[in-house]
Design a protein around this ligand. Structure first.
Ligand SMILES: Cc1ncc(COP(=O)(O)O)c(C=O)c1O
Length: 149
């Protein structure tokens, strides 16, 4: 497993810092007709990430909060409901998607058992009532974050 929570779990070592200091930089994004978007390091990182997971393309999300918020806002519109577990990072810590002056989504919480797994029957019921989206961040957060199959 690749744990990408480096901001809180690890600090960059010297070779990593040296790589950061000497990386070729440019404007983020892909090159357009005006020649902007030429950051070769970001382009390479995105290409590597896409190849790693077998996707056509990838986009760098500078933070986990950024990625989670964009993921859920891509699927939902303001005013819709999102199923989240009651201890989920987006709900307890990030909040942007659920703030009334920002994402304006409404969280609907499902419960977890002692292994941090949801009850499929409860999910079925909640999905029938609220059909907008379900946010499940698959990660190794202290509380669980295992994939729901
Ligand atoms: C489970 C989980 N999700 C999301 C985040 C947010 O990541 P970031 O601090 O990069 O916004 C964290 C941060 O520690 C996290 O532990």
């Amino acid at each position: 497993m690749v744990d990408l929570r480096s901001d809180t779990l690890t600090m960059p070592n010297y070779p990593m810092l040296e790589t950061i200091l000497t990386a070729r930089l440019g404007d983020d994004g892909r090159t357009d007709a005006k020649g902007r978007g030429e950051d070769p390091t970001i382009n390479r990182l995105e290409d590597m990430a896409a190849a790693l997971v077998g996707k056509e393309a990838a986009i760098l999300m500078p933070t986990g909060t950024f990625g989670n918020t964009i993921a859920v806002m891509t699927h939902c519109h303001a005013g819709q409901t999102v199923l989240v577990d009651e201890e989920q990072h987006m709900l307890l810590t990030e909040k942007f998607a659920f703030e009334q002056d920002l994402g304006r989504l409404t969280p609907v919480c499902y419960h977890q058992d002692s292994r941090h797994m949801p009850d499929p029957d409860e999910l079925d019921k909640l999905c029938l009532l609220y059909t907008s989206d379900a946010a499940d961040e698959e990660d190794s957060v202290d509380l669980g974050g295992r994939r729901i199959n």
